[in-house]
Ligand binder design. Structure first.
Ligand code: SF4
Length: 360
């Protein structure tokens, strides 16, 4: 099975299962696919697998939409046993689960690890205590940090889920959250802008004018800074933006929803890097993969016009990479992103060394 390509993920939604309460913004039962029982997993997975085009890619089941580590043990075991049978028969390759950082303990982690769980996605949402409190998450940033560390120490891949635009949030808090994430070095991150969904506490707050969602432009701007920081530090951002099927879009009351939110972010990030480079280097060349011409031509070609007004040159290549030649020195996109992020959002110095032993 292909190891470098991202796996196909078959989502199995377990709305609110194991959740200690309902978070103010959450309407997972209204915007996701229908729940699946343990005995239905096999048929459900087979239906999905039929549509996968690249048969060499890994396939994983993701148990999402609840607090998997807090569901009754018998039920958890039933789901993992059903998944285990599919692994034994070579139909899928692994399991990922989502949970909250305050419902993680070593015994459960060991049990999950022995039962095919390869990745845990932790719904941290923010590392800011005030944002967590105003969003009714009922844990603090220390608990969130420790929960993530426990997952890493247990040898399970860590995915962190973040939200921007929660009550009490602002761009500075989001950047501090991003720095904490960089310190933790998860394998992956997902970022959702907060949406006001029907029948939530947040909808009430919005209607009473106690909550104002981010504009689309502002959400794209904030997430693009985070994306630059993560990519620059080797952390893959696997999703940006909330996936809501078209037939459920009426559940969105307000907020920065866009079906191509992730593309908007990548595009904005590339434009920021172009501007940053041109303010520091007199001579530069952008060596751009033919496959990534969307970074120049997308959304009306704003970045192409920007580049044509800058002193830099453009070279289009067939390779996959994006490289900048800055005063005759080639530099990968990721390296430039790291420099950009560190300059704009300096680490305070209290952060620890990264896991590779390098001082950030
Ligand atoms: S813990 Fe997650 S799934 Fe459960 S209510 Fe909160 S946001 Fe929704």
């Amino acid at each position: 099975m292909g190891l470098t390509e991202p796996p196909y993920i078959i989502p199995v939604f377990l709305p609110y299962l194991g959740c200690p309460g309902r978070c103010i913004y959450c309407a997972v039962d209204r915007v996701c696919l229908d729940p699946v029982k343990p005995q239905e997993i096999e048929d459900y997975v087979k239906r999905w697998v039929k549509f996968f085009r690249y048969t060499e890619r890994r396939i994983e089941i993701g148990f999402y939409g609840g607090t998997f580590t807090n569901i009754p043990f018998e039920l958890m075991n039933s789901y993992l046993t059903s998944a285990g049978r599919l692994i034994e028969r070579g139909i899928i390759d692994g399991v990922r689960v989502s949970t909250r950082p305050d419902y993680i303990d070593r015994d459960t982690l060991e049990y999950l690890k022995k039962n095919h769980v390869k990745v845990m996605e932790i719904g941290v949402e923010s590392f800011d205590d005030d944002v967590l409190m105003k969003s009714g998450r009922n844990y603090d940033s220390q608990t969130a940090f420790e929960g993530c560390e426990m997952v890493k120490m247990c040898g399970i891949e860590l995915g962190i889920h973040l939200m921007v635009g929660l009550p009490g949030d602002d761009v500075e808090r989001d950047m501090e959250t991003a720095k904490k994430v960089i310190e933790l070095r998860p394998e992956t991150v997902r970022i959702h802008p907060t949406l006001v969904l029907r029948n939530t506490k947040l909808e009430e707050m919005f209607r009473m004018e106690h909550y104002q969602p981010l504009s689309l432009d502002c959400a794209v701007d904030i997430v693009s800074e985070m994306f630059i920081g993560f990519k620059g530090h080797g952390i893959e951002t696997t999703r940006m933006g909330f996936f809501i099927p078209n037939d459920k879009s009426h559940e969105i009351v307000a907020g920065p929803h866009h079906p191509s939110f992730g593309n908007l972010v990548e595009y904005r990030a590339f434009g920021k890097i172009l501007r940053w480079i041109s303010s520091r280097y007199e001579n530069f060349t952008v060596v751009l993969s033919r496959k990534r011409m969307d970074l120049l031509n997308g959304y009306g070609g704003k970045n192409r016009r920007l580049l044509s007004n800058l002193p830099g040159k453009l070279e289009i290549v067939d390779d996959d990479e994006i490289v900048f030649i800055l005063d005759d020195i080639p530099m990968d996109y990721e390296v430039v992103m790291k420099k950009y992020f560190k300059e704009r959002h300096p680490f305070s110095g209290s952060e620890r060394y990264d896991r590779g032993g390098n001082m950030r």
